[in-house]
Structures are given as C-alpha cells and as structure tokens.
Design a protein around this ligand. Structure first.
Ligand code: ATP
Ligand code: MG
Length: 261
C-alpha cells in the first residue's frame, strides 16, 4: 500500500517544491513508481519537471471540479518511475468554487484513494497557504513533511501549521502524522543557519531529519532546465543530499514496517 505524504508549510519559498521534485526523483531511482501531485496554482512542480502547462489539456483543476478522474490527468515524465498530476493557474479560483461542494475537504483524498496501490509514494506539493487546497492535502495524507528554511523567522508560522495539523487530526484524519521536519537551505558559512537548526531541533527533537539540505546552486538552477537536480548534475551536493534524505526516509519506513509486523 502506497503512502501519501503532504509537503506543507504555509510560509512561502521554504523549499516545498524543491523537496517534492528532488525527493520524488530520488525515490524513483529505487525502482518503484512515485507520483507528484502539484496542488499549487504557481505550478512550480509542473514546470520544474519540464512540463509546459500551455500544452496541458487536463489538470488537477479538473479533478477538484470532478470533471475528470485523477487517472486521466496524470502524465509520465522523462525521469525514472516519476509521474505527475499537473497543476493549472485555474486552481487560483478553485478554493472559492469548492466552498459550496459536499465533502469539500475530501475531494483530493477521494481522488487519491484508488491510486494507493499503484504508487509507492504520492507526494503532494502544497501552495504557501492554509486554505482549502492545503486542507485537502492534509486530509488526503498519511503524513506530512514540513520543510523549514534555515533563515530568520523560520519558526514563525510553524505553531499555526501544527495547530492546523492537530485540527485535521481531530476533525478529518485521526491517523495523520508528522513524517519529519526538514531543514533546508542550510549555509554552513552563516552562523544564523546553525542557530536556526539548533532552535528547530530543540523544538521538534527526533522529528527533525538528520539529513539537512544545504543551500546549493544546482538545486536553484535545475528547475529552470525542467529537471530534478539528480538529472542535471548528479554529483552536486544538492542532488546527493536529497538522495541521502530518500535513504533516510526509506530506511525509517522499512524499520517502522518491521516494527508493526
Ligand atoms: P512556494 O511557497 O512559493 O511554493 P516553496 O516552499 O515551494 O515556495 P521552493 O520553490 O522549493 O520553495 O524554493 C524557493 C526558491 O529557492 C526557488 O527558487 C528554489 O529554486 C530555491 N531553492 C530551494 N531550495 C534551495 C536550496 N537548497 N539551495 C538553493 N536554492 C534553493
Ligand atoms: Mg512551491
């Protein structure tokens, strides 16, 4: 049974999309099919995988509006075992359109359910807000990865995100868990980065991944070429660190499965 992981933080520019693309591409190398669901109207995961949204006929918008099943929207990518449910700028309006719908919090969950046998992991790239799109993502998810940028105000807003996650657990999705807190854009030359990393670890303890994503030029450049870093420069520190993160997560989950059996 596949696992649905929401990559959420309502703060903008913290590395949600970079993590969705590069973690998914790294896991694809392990040989199991991986799906990225791009729920952000900015379409950064879609363009970062080299998909020209002008050529898309069906997108996630059609799923939220029940015009098409998600199976009809998913496209393959040139990357190993990596599939995409592309976004559309039309999603800007979808939250308003959802408001009057029945089961409006469950639209994505209902859509993804039949896919859990097909993909080992489904990563949902969220927009930088806590609106209905992110709520749908948290209701659909088994767990959440929270990227936290090693910059000023890193912890700002995390309390609100944790409160939202707890509210979703209470009202919709009791088994939702925090998969992990991911420190991103770490700059070893900057003492602020180390201070932020320390502060986040003191708040979240074991939930913080031991893999820390460095600030790295390749990670910033590769989306402009429509590629995960791994396919742009596999030797780059950025590509290698996301591979390490994939191993950390796969290892953890293998251990958890063992513990549960
Ligand atoms: P949004 O909230 O707008 O969706 P986001 O949380 O998805 O943003 P990203 O788009 O992943 O954040 O990253 C923000 C910017 O920083 C992008 O230009 C991205 O290429 C760049 N970036 C992300 N991670 C790194 C990194 N580790 N090193 C260098 N640049 C990075
Ligand atoms: Mg993004």
């Amino acid at each position: 049974m596949g696992k649905v992981i929401s990559i959420s933080n309502q703060k903008g520019g913290v590395g949600k999309t970079t993590t969705a693309i590069n973690l998914a591409a790294s896991m694809g190398l392990a040989g199991k099919d991986i799906l990225i669901v791009d729920t952000d109207p900015q379409c950064n995961s879609t363009s970062g995988l080299g998909v020209d949204r002008k050529n898309l006929v069906k997108t996630l918008y059609d799923v939220y509006t029940s015009k098409h099943k998600i199976e009809d929207v998913i496209i393959s990518t040139p990357y190993d075992h990596l599939f995409l449910a592309p976004s559309s700028i039309d999603l800007l309006a979808v939250e308003l359109e959802m408001v009057s719908r029945d089961r409006r919090e469950w639209l994505l969950s209902d859509a993804l359910k039949p896919l859990k046998d097909k993909y080992q992991y489904i990563f949902i790239d969220c927009p930088p807000s806590l609106g209905l799109i992110t709520l749908n993502s948290l209701v659909a998810a088994d767990s959440v990865i929270v990227p936290v940028q090693c910059e000023y105000y890193a912890l700002e807003g995390l309390t609100m995100l944790m409160r939202t996650i707890n509210l979703v657990k209470r009202s919709f999705n009791p088994t939702l868990s925090i998969e992990g807190i991911l420190l991103t854009m770490f700059d070893a030359r900057n003492s602020l980065s180390s201070a932020v990393a320390k502060e986040v670890k003191s708040h979240f303890g074991q939930k913080v991944y031991s893999t820390i994503i460095p600030r790295n030029v390749t990670l910033g450049e590769s989306p402009g070429h429509g590629k995960p870093a791994l396919y742009y420069d596999v030797r780059s520190k950025g590509a290698q660190t996301y591979l390490t993160l994939a191993r950390e997560i796969l290892g953890d989950i293998a251990l958890q499965n063992k513990a549960a059996s």
